[in-house]
Ligand binder design. Structure first.
Ligand code: PEP
Ligand code: MN
Length: 290
C-alpha cells in the first residue's frame, strides 16, 4: 500500500491492509463475508407485520439473498413517524430466520439495547446516524456479534475507518463497512453514492465492504444501476431494501424494490458478480432450508 494512505489513515492503522493481513473474512452462519462469496442482504426498511416480513424473506431467499435485513428499532427524523416494533420486531426476525435459514441483520440504536438485539440478530447494524456514537460502538463491539458499520452521511472515509478501529480496539475483529451515500451540495437525490470510497476501501482496508444502493439514492428506479456500480467497484456484497408493496411501506417505500424489481436486479448483477471470480454463493438459489 502506498505510504500516502498509511499517513492519511494513521489513526486507523489496525484496519489497514498489511503484509500480514490482507483480508478479513466475517463468518455468519455458513457465510463468509469478505471471502469468495458475494453476499446479498435484503429485506424491508422496517419490520412491519409477520406477513410482510415472511413473504419478503421467502422471496429474497429464492432470489439469492442470504441475509434478511429489517429494522426493529428505527432512527426516524420525525417523532410522529413509525419508530419500529422493538422487541416484537426482533421476534418476527428470529421467526423468519427459523423458517428460511436466512441470517439476520438489524439496527441497534442504543447501547442499552445491545444485549437484547444481540440475542436475536446475527449481525448488529450501526446506522449512519450512529457511526460516531462511540459508547454504542464499544457496547456493540463487546457483544461479540459481527458489526455492520454504515458510513455516517457526513463522515469522511477516515472517520469511518476510525469508528471501525474502535470496534477492533474493543476486541471485535468482525466489522463490515457499508457505503450508503453521503450528503453533498447536490440534493437532487437523497444522498450522493460515493463509489470511489468503495474502490478506495477495497484497496487500503482489510475489512469487507458492502454497498447500500437504496439509501444512496432514495429512488427505486436507480437502485439496480447503483447496485451494479457497487459490485463493479469491488463491493463484497449489498444491502438492499425490498418490500411486497413499496407504496404501502411504513418507511422508505420510495427506495424499496418490489419483488419483481428485486429479481430483475439480481439477474442483472450476475455478469458483474462473475467478474469477481468463482463464488460459492452469489445469486444462486438454495433449494433446501439449511
Ligand atoms: C436503514 O438501513 O434502514 C437505515 C436507516 O440506514 P442508514 O443508517 O444508512 O440511514
Ligand atoms: Mn431504510
Amino acid at each position: 500500500m502506498r505510504a500516502r494512505w498509511q499517513e492519511c489513515f494513521a489513526e486507523a492503522s489496525d484496519v489497514l491492509k498489511s503484509d500480514k493481513h490482507q483480508q478479513t473474512v466475517v463468518r455468519v452462519l455458513d457465510l463468509e463475508i469478505g471471502g469468495r462469496d458475494f453476499i446479498t442482504m435484503a429485506g424491508p426498511c422496517s419490520v412491519e407485520t409477520e406477513q410482510q416480513l415472511l413473504s419478503t424473506a421467502h422471496h429474497v431467499r429464492r432470489g439469492g439473498a442470504r441475509i434478511l435485513r429489517g429494522g426493529a428499532f428505527k432512527p426516524r427524523s420525525s417523532p410522529y413517524a413509525f419508530q419500529g416494533h422493538g422487541l416484537a420486531g426482533l421476534k418476527m426476525l428470529a421467526a423468519a430466520r427459523a423458517e428460511t435459514g436466512l441470517a439476520i441483520v438489524t439496527e441497534v440504536m442504543s447501547e442499552d439495547d445491545v444485549p437484547l438485539v444481540a440475542e436475536y440478530a446475527d449481525i448488529l447494524q450501526i446506522g449512519s446516524r450512529s457511526m460516531e456514537n462511540y459508547t454504542l460502538l464499544e457496547a456493540a463491539a463487546r457483544s461479540g456479534r459481527p458489526i455492520l458499520l454504515k458510513r455516517g452521511m457526513m463522515a469522511t472515509v477516515g472517520d469511518l475507518l476510525k469508528s471501525a478501529q474502535i470496534v477492533l480496539a474493543n476486541g471485535n475483529p468482525n466489522v463490515i463497512l457499508c457505503e450508503r451515500g453521503i450528503r453533498t451540495f447536490d440534493a437532487t437525490l437523497r444522498n450522493t453514492f460515493d463509489v470511489a470510497a468503495i474502490a478506495l476501501l477495497k484497496q487500503i482496508c482489510h475489512l469487507p465492504v458492502i454497498a447500500d444502493p437504496s439509501h444512496a439514492c432514495g429512488h427505486r428506479e436507480l437502485v439496480p444501476a447503483l447496485a451494479r456500480i457497487g459490485v463493479a467497484a469491488g463491493a463484497d456484497g449489498l444491502i438492499v431494501e425490498v418490500h411486497p408493496t413499496p407504496e404501502k411501506a411504513w418507511s422508505d417505500g420510495e427506495q424499496s424494490l418490489d419483488f419483481s424489481e428485486f429479481d430483475e436486479m439480481m439477474a442483472s448483477l450476475e455478469p458483474y458478480i462473475a467478474l469477481r471470480g468463482p463464488a460459492r454463493v452469489a445469486t444462486r438459489t438454495l433449494e433446501t432450508v439449511g
